[in-house]
Design a protein. Structure first.
Length: 322
């Protein structure tokens, strides 16, 4: 397998689409299809089952992709070791994170790392949590910043910061008049005001009649939103389903309805308008943001240096949410 064959096959397998992979590779779809067909002819078996939508791997394809990932991981490992011998004058660092984490939390740490280590090429893979875990296992990324659970057989996860969910309700919603004793402003949360420190969590059953906006992807999906509602009968029937937490927040600000918002958005988001916030029971509304690495893998100097940069920012308060 040549590096180009590995790159092309793995990208098609990841995206499950020749057209999407061709766009990423900046080549035409017919050229990519012809290239893959030539690989299949050399192999003597088809790698992709083109009769399914989206395309899927054949049994031979599964074996080919598994081997391609091992070869790529070994090559990347060798590149990292050689870069380490050059003492970070060269090399690569591949960070995995959801689009939300990349937008709200990683900019400062990556900027500081790049200023300190200009010879290291940094790239970011943004996808959903399951895809990123698979990429980490396959050695396609060096580390992952995410929430959730991580199988200790494959991953080492180190907590970095605690993330808290808040109920976000449109400022003009009539229900706010009845719940004034629990209300918090974005300034209260960001400055940890006296009101923030003494206000009790709200009973979410008091907000069940509000139209609920449910994000569906990344780290704030239905499973995550379900947990704070567990003590009061479960998640209400959504009035609107949207793709991301950013879209859900926009609908709250516009007055459509309520949703649950992580305090990372409140601390790091640069918004002109804000809804009314309500604290939730930490037992059901807190999660750990973790630094995740592949278990028993070689940790490059670039990855280790970035981890130190990130932890330093946590210590000085950039990531300290609570």
């Amino acid at each position: 397998m040549t590096p180009q064959q590995i790159e092309y096959v793995l990208l098609v397998a990841q995206l499950r689409s020749f057209s999407k992979a061709a766009q990423k590779l900046y080549i035409t779809q017919p050229s990519l299809s012809k290239y893959i067909i030539n690989i299949e002819k050399q192999l003597g078996m088809e790698i992709f089952d083109r009769s399914t939508t989206p395309i899927s791997l054949t049994a031979a394809g599964e074996a080919y992709v598994a081997t391609a990932r091992q070869i790529k991981a070994a090559r990347d490992d060798l590149s990292n070791r050689i870069a380490d011998m050059q003492n970070l004058r060269a090399g690569t660092l591949k960070i995995g994170a959801s689009t939300f984490r990349t937008s709200f939390m990683l900019a400062r740490s990556i900027s500081e790392f790049c200023r300190e280590h200009r010879g290291v090429e940094v790239s970011i893979a943004d996808s959903n949590s399951e895809n990123l875990k698979e990429m980490l296992r396959a050695g396609q990324i060096d580390l992952l910043i995410s929430t959730g659970s991580f199988d200790p057989r494959y991953f080492d996860a180190e907590p970095l910061a605690t993330e808290q969910l808040y109920a976000a309700v449109p400022a003009a919603a009539p229900v706010n008049a009845r719940l004034s004793r629990w209300q918090l402003s974005w300034e209260d949360i960001r400055t940890r005001s006296e009101r923030f420190l003494r206000t009790e969590p709200v009973d979410l059953s008091l907000l069940r009649d509000e139209p609920f906006i449910l994000p569906l992807q990344e780290e704030f999906n239905e499973e995550v939103m379900q947990q704070p509602f567990a003590p009061c009968g479960g998640l209400p029937e959504p009035a609107l389903r949207v793709r991301t937490i950013d879209a859900a927040f926009s609908f709250v600000v516009s007055g459509f309805g309520m949703t649950l918002i992580p305090d990372t958005m409140i601390h790091f988001g640069n918004y002109a308008s804000h809804p009314v916030f309500y604290a939730l029971d930490p037992w059901h509304a807190q999660r750990q943001i973790c630094l995740v690495m592949r278990r028993n893998s070689y940790v490059s100097k670039a990855a280790a240096a970035y981890c130190l940069t990130l932890k330093r920012l946590v210590e000085i308060g950039t990531w300290r949410i609570l």
